[in-house]
Design a protein around this ligand. Structure first.
Ligand SMILES: Nc1ncnc2c1ncn2[C@@H]1O[C@H](COP(=O)(O)OP(=O)(O)OP(=O)(O)O)[C@@H](O)[C@H]1O
Length: 249
């Protein structure tokens, strides 16, 4: 099987608390794999170990067959690990088009914050035009970021992350703070990107999870209590008790 990400036995403790407890999961090429669980289940701790911001006490992480468990974050990025840019990294007084050009330029090794001569190259702008033409943000290309709605900023973050052409994109609650229409637009954008890269999606919005995920892993108190496709997870009694049941009450 063609695993883009393989996590085996990942354990992280904080003092006496085991935040991720012997967690194993895989993400295949072109797959959207959702990681769900109640608050404090260990989702962020797991993502931070994948990014290299936290070192595990035990276990291994492989990206495209390479052991990245002990690599610093920047080396993981160079090997194809992507994460959505935070809204705080968008440049408010620049347009959608210019922000995207900076991201494309950064992928080519240029400076993220300063336009250099490379940014004036026709191929950068051609690529930006192509990305925007395929996106709901296309008509907003000339709008400055400060004038975008929150959902549009999240869409731009996603386009910037995808422009890095990651092998694996980590998505940390992409629906957070979005209204119904904006959530639907984000789901559509993620579905459109499915296949370009594998995605590991941490999300509390269960409608979005079930609309997007090929497979779902459920964490509770740091442990995987279930893994399977959307139907299997919905039907799993342990998941309903531990998590989904909360929504029925
Ligand atoms: N740096 C830290 N030091 C001590 N404890 C921590 C630290 N980071 C997380 N924890 C604890 O580890 C457990 C898992 O937290 P984590 O943030 O990974 O959960 P989560 O599933 O991402 O929760 P949420 O859905 O609320 O974001 C929690 O009990 C949390 O208090």
């Amino acid at each position: 099987m063609n695993h883009v990400l393989e996590i085996a036995g990942l354990t992280k403790t904080f003092g006496g608390l085991t935040a991720t407890d012997n967690v194993s999961l895989t993400v295949n090429a072109g797959e959207i794999h959702a990681l769900i669980g109640p608050n404090g289940a260990g989702k962020s701790t797991l993502i931070n170990q994948i990014c290299g911001e936290l070192m595990p006490n035990a276990g291994h992480i492989h990206l495209a067959g390479r052991d990245i468990t002990r690599l610093p974050p920047a080396e993981r990025v160079a090997l194809g690990l992507g994460r959505t840019f935070q809204i705080t990294s968008l440049l408010d007084d620049m347009t959608v088009r210019e922000n995207l050009a900076l991201a494309v330029q950064a992928r080519e090794g240029g400076n993220f914050r300063i336009f250099d001569r490379a940014a004036n190259r026709a191929e950068v702008w051609d690529e930006v035009a192509e990305i925007l033409a395929a996106s709901a943000l296309g008509p907003r290309a000339g709008v400055t970021v400060a004038d975008l709605a929150h959902g549009e900023k999240k869409q731009l973050e996603l386009l910037m992350a995808l422009s890095q052409r990651p092998r694996l994109l980590l998505l940390d609650e992409p629906m957070a703070g979005l209204g119904h229409l904006e959530s639907q637009q984000m789901i559509d954008a993620l579905l459109a990107a499915r296949g370009d890269c594998a995605m590991l999606l941490v999300e509390h919005d269960m409608d979005a999870v079930f609309a997007l995920a090929d497979r779902v892993t459920v964490l509770v108190y740091g442990r995987v209590i279930a893994a399977g496709n959307a139907d299997e997870i919905r039907a799993n009694p342990a998941v309903r008790d531990a998590y989904l049941g909360e929504e029925d009450t």
